[in-house]
Design a protein around this ligand. Structure first.
Ligand SMILES: [Mg+2]
Length: 250
């Protein structure tokens, strides 16, 4: 059993991934991706080779897409089916058959789902963040999503975080996406803390890999869907299913 605790003695900051840790938008993302990819696979002119399997909302989502910048997710999933599309341009419309076009279509569908259903919050996370802030720990939110600010605003959680590093900021600064550690390291830098004195909370395989690569003091995997073994195998020091399980010291 891990002897560590989240405490002021051991740490200066706590850094949270958004989707799947703070908000329950991962299932909305997965549904939007499935629609985009299944429609694409159905109209793709198959030659020899390649797998025609439809997008698996758990396996393919966790393996190829979750946590990554949008266009990286498109490229990596299509590669798994033996398909290579032209990169296109971020200005491509949602009907353009390119990596950027498919990614943009996913974003349109995601925003439709978001506006229909609102944002669900993991209350266990919010309760813990409030307690840790009261202890004097700094807080940051990181996300590969360019919708991060909108999601936080819709959820009423903007004030909970001292720093935000999201997909918009990543693109502006040229940060490499997860599993590269850039986005977490930037958050630590903006908070003015050493990575070794910060705790990272992540639900994605690519995210715990990023936390490990960044040399963070404690990488805690958050398993909402039965991905415990994959998180432990890819860099999580500890895995919890509810943030209230995380031991807190002083
Ligand atoms: Mg996540």
């Amino acid at each position: 059993m891990d002897e560590r605790t989240v405490s002021r003695a051991a740490f200066d900051a706590v850094i949270f991934d958004l989707d799947g840790v703070v908000t329950r938008t991962a299932s909305l993302h997965a549904r939007a991706w499935k629609q985009v990819f299944d429609e694409f696979l159905a109209r793709w002119k198959w030659g020899n080779g390649g797998s025609r399997d439809p997008f698996d909302i758990e396996d393919d989502y966790n393996r190829h897409v979750d946590g990554k910048p949008r266009y990286d997710g498109v490229r990596d999933f299509l590669a798994s089916r033996g398909i290579e599309l032209p990169e296109g341009d971020p200005s491509d419309g949602p009907d353009v058959e390119s990596v950027c076009g498919l990614g943009n279509r996913k974003n349109v569908l995601y925003n439709e789902l978001l506006s229909q259903g609102g944002v669900e919050i993991f209350e266990d996370t919010v309760t813990q963040i409030e307690a840790w802030r009261a202890m004097g720990l700094k807080t940051a939110i990181v996300s590969s999503s360019k919708n991060c600010a909108t999601v936080l605003q819709v959820a009423g959680l903007t004030e909970l975080f001292d720093i935000r590093v999201d997909g918009v900021e990543s693109a502006r600064l040229g940060l490499e996406g997860k599993p590269a550690p850039d986005i977490f390291l930037k958050a630590a830098e903006l908070l003015g803390v050493e990575p070794a004195r910060a705790v990272v909370f992540e639900d994605a395989v690519s995210g715990v890999q990023a936390g490990r690569a960044g040399g963070f003091g404690w990488v805690i995997g958050v398993d909402r869907v039965g991905a415990r073994d994959a998180l432990l195998a890819n860099g999580a020091d500890t895995v919890v299913s509810d943030l209230r399980e995380v031991p807190t010291g002083s």
